[in-house]
Design a binder for this molecule. Structure first.
Ligand code: UDP
Ligand code: MG
Length: 243
């Protein structure tokens, strides 16, 4: 880690914006250093978990030691919980475990409620949300954005049906629900502490996180990426669930 990066991690956003001569940012005064929380929903991802942990450890080590990962076990019935429990020997790895499967959006919500970081990243377990772009997301966070959204430029390994239905979904949602929804932005996002507080105040039971974020109208930017295949295992969104 260069000395600049070291200083960067050890300072707050106000100071950094002065160093980089960026426009003034709206941000809470934060204690140093940055604690980064990752929130990851897990539903029958036993095959994926070892690869995920390895990849995350590698990426995070390049950046900071001040991190926590909150895995939300969404009623898995494979070995996911056991694997997570073994990993939780590291106190930075924390587990929330649901009694049954409540669904992806509920799992994300629980993780965001428990996250303690100054910045919180929500990402999927299957490495379709590449940990490498965390670096760029953190850079944008320091530039003063409250929401940094990963936008899919391409989608590998998805069926024509899935791609078409996704396009139709975004078109319908933008035209009939909220034009502020950003196409090809899923739940892979970084939120500032302020954004997390705002989201926590919305207690809708049937949640669509992307809609809530759009509705809040926070200061947001995009980080584009190419979405790869699921690293292994099957999608947890078969046709019926997607509908
Ligand atoms: N997931 C979950 N509960 C569910 C379905 C999915 O927690 O009921 C998690 C899953 O383990 C993964 C993320 O949500 O971390 C996204 O699921 P998946 O990758 O299967 O969705 P896709 O990328 O195929 O849309
Ligand atoms: Mg996936």
């Amino acid at each position: 880690m260069s000395s600049f990066e070291h200083y960067w991690m050890g300072t707050n956003r106000d100071v950094l914006s002065l160093i980089l001569e960026l426009p003034p940012v709206i941000c809470m005064s934060k204690s140093v250093p940055l604690l980064l929380s990752l929130v990851i929903p897990i539903y029958n991802e036993a095959q994926v978990i070892p690869l995920l942990l390895c990849s995350l450890r590698e990426t995070l080590a390049q950046r900071t030691e001040f991190w926590e990962i909150i895995f939300v076990n969404d009623g898995s019935c494979d070995l996911s919980l056991q694997l997570l429990s073994e990993a939780a020997i590291d106190p930075r790895i924390k587990i929330l475990s649901f009694a049954r499967n409540f669904g992806h959006q509920t799992a994300i919500t629980a993780g965001m409620d428990f996250a303690e970081g100054d910045a919180v990243v929500v990402m999927d377990a299957d490495l379709q949300d590449p940990p490498e772009i965390l670096h760029e997301m953190i850079t944008q966070y320091y530039r003063g954005f409250d929401v940094v959204s990963a936008q899919r430029l391409t989608r590998q390994g998805e069926t024509v049906f899935k791609r078409t239905s996704a396009r139709l979904f975004y078109w319908l949602m933008r035209n009939m629900v909220d034009a502020r929804l950003i196409p090809e932005v899923g739940d892979f996002r970084l939120f500032s502490g302020q954004a997390i507080l705002a989201l926590r105040s919305l207690r809708e039971q049937h949640r669509f996180m992307r809609g809530l974020v759009a509705w809040l109208g926070l200061r947001e930017t995009i980080v584009p990426f190419h979405r790869k295949h699921r690293v292994c295992g099957e999608t947890k969104y078969p046709l019926y669930n997607m509908l």
